[in-house]
Design a protein around this ligand. Sequence first.
Ligand SMILES: [Zn+2]
Length: 157
Amino acid sequence: MDLLKAENVQDVSIVIDETEFNKIKDYTAACYPREVSALLFGIFLNCKGFIREIIIVPNLSRSQNQFQISTENKEKAVLKANHPYFGVYHSHINDTEPSQNDINEMKKLRNIWLIGSLNKNQNKITVFKLNAYCHNNNKLFNLKLEGNHANNADTIA
Ligand SMILES: [Zn+2]
């Protein structure tokens, strides 16, 4: 993927529009507390990765805090998508920090990872948080997220 050619991965940002942001937020909330997974499709231009399409795929893991996407479901999604394969989304229950498992997979897949989480804030309002990561040259990067939504966090009514 083009990202690996970027000299300064820390300068890379990921752009997600409100429609796609809301799609994963709503799906994550609907399945909570189960971890959910989805595949990301988009294009990469001038140090910016634009997420154009998100296709939800079943999380086949039986464990509540892990996710697993089958090769078959991935292939189906890739055929259905109108944009190149870009990366993967999954949710956590409490935070958007990648687990050790996530980091190991990131090293293998070398693509963009979005991790979302649902949390209750001080006012007991549920907040959805989203972070973008990639692993390059043995380092984990927390990429800047851009888009038409406040601070990559949103409350759920
Ligand atoms: Zn994870």
